[in-house]
Ligand binder design. Structure first.
Ligand code: HEM
Length: 343
């Protein structure tokens, strides 16, 4: 009888945690050895451990020693963040951004050029490679954002609508999309940085641009180089945010490769927090690049914009291009920032 009992005990030892999980195992009295010590985890009093250390920890025979921690303070804070704070903060930030943009649209309407201001003369703003880079990053970001939001809100909002089975299938595909489109997004961030960093270095036009409210309020557009101060903010947020998203995302994509469980929880805080902030920012960017401003979309669509649009929004850039002989621009009326019509 003895060897059978020993074998059974050994297999339990090898396959399970030597933990006292509250409510799953009957409480047992510790059995001291002849020496007076009790070397098994059975000797631990889980209530005492929880009270004194805030954690439940035992020994495991698995190669992953961290699996021996069943409950700990960081885990409880993480759960609180993930299940309570994150959905609320995320929903409030994203909805507040949408409401603010809608209110701005009602207040300001579409930012338009003046009647008859278009010259019909087109100049190149972004070449094909720049546009390809932008749209690769943009489409992958949009899919990453939708599939990322599914992690936070899907269970609460979509599952009741779709039913558990359809939601499970959708979530599985959303997860594949999230894992695979992270790569073109990361590549896009690197390329954007290389292509546009020079034009996003702060210059003498930035402070006056902010002081003038970026031309969003009132009718005068402050002078700006290739990118105005608002666009520079978008650029640096996308680059720095993109780096944080990439680093934290890689930690989550390869679990426990470099970080332990606590490190992965921190990576998750960063990934979710920066992700939500970037989504709110990009909503503003999409607004101003499409319905918010007449003539802006063409820059990323065909790559070309009307000369008077460029003169109005990026006059210093046009003048710099003209000085370099890259575009032939008729003399501008400096007071209005208006270009003479094409002959
Ligand atoms: C449907 C979505 C989007 C639209 C319609 C859009 C539109 C535009 C347009 C029109 C420009 C050129 C602005 C100019 O000529 O000055 C631009 C630039 C840019 N876009 Fe987007 N974009 C979108 C999504 C994104 C996303 C998802 C990202 C990054 C994650 C992004 C990052 C940038 C950056 C860094 C620039 C250069 C700086 C700036 O103009 O703010 N865009 N976009």
């Amino acid at each position: 009888m003895m060897p059978v009992r020993c074998l059974r005990r050994l297999s339990v030892l090898l396959l399970t945690l030597l933990l006292l999980v509250p409510g799953t195992l009957p409480a047992q009295e510790a059995q001291p050895s002849p020496s007076g010590s009790n070397p098994t985890a059975m000797s631990a009093n889980e209530q005492q451990l929880l009270q004194e250390l805030g954690k439940l920890q035992g020994r495991v025979t698995l190669p992953y020693q961290h699996a021996g921690v069943l409950q700990q303070p960081q885990g409880r804070s993480y759960q609180m963040f993930h299940e309570a704070w994150l959905p609320w903060i995320g929903a409030i930030l994203i909805l507040a951004t949408i409401v603010a943009l809608a209110a701005f649209y009602v207040y300001r309407g579409r930012i338009r050029l003046r009647e008859g201001e278009l010259t019909g003369r087109k100049i190149l703003r972004f070449n094909a490679f720049e546009r390809l880079t932008h749209w690769m990053t943009a489409t992958s970001f949009i899919v990453l954002a939708i599939s990322g939001l599914n992690y936070i809100f899907g269970k609460r909002l979509l599952m009741p609508l779709l039913g558990a089975d359809t939601f499970a299938t959708w979530s599985q595909w959303a997860k594949y999309a999230h894992n695979f489109l992270a790569w073109p997004f990361m590549l896009g961030i690197i390329l954007m940085f290389v292509l546009w960093v020079r034009d996003n270095i702060p210059d003498k036009y930035d402070i006056p641009w902010f002081k003038a409210g970026g031309g969003l309020v009132g009718n005068r557009e402050p002078i700006a180089g290739r990118f105005n101060a608002g666009q520079k903010l978008v650029f640096w947020s996308v680059v720095l945010g993109g780096i944080l998203m990439s680093a934290s995302g890689l930690m989550l994509l390869f679990p426990l490769a470099l970080l332990d469980v606590n490190g992965m929880q921190i990576a998750q805080y960063v990934h979710a927090g920066v992700g939500i902030a970037l989504i709110a920012l990009i909503l503003g960017h999409i607004y101003i690049g499409s319905i918010g401003m007449e003539g802006a979309y063409g820059a990323m669509g065909t790559g070309e914009i009307d000369l008077s649009w460029a003169m109005r929004h990026h006059r210093a850039w046009v003048e710099e291009q003209r000085a370099k002989g890259r575009i032939a621009v008729p003399p501008a009326d400096r007071r209005s920032g208006r270009a003479a019509p094409a002959e």
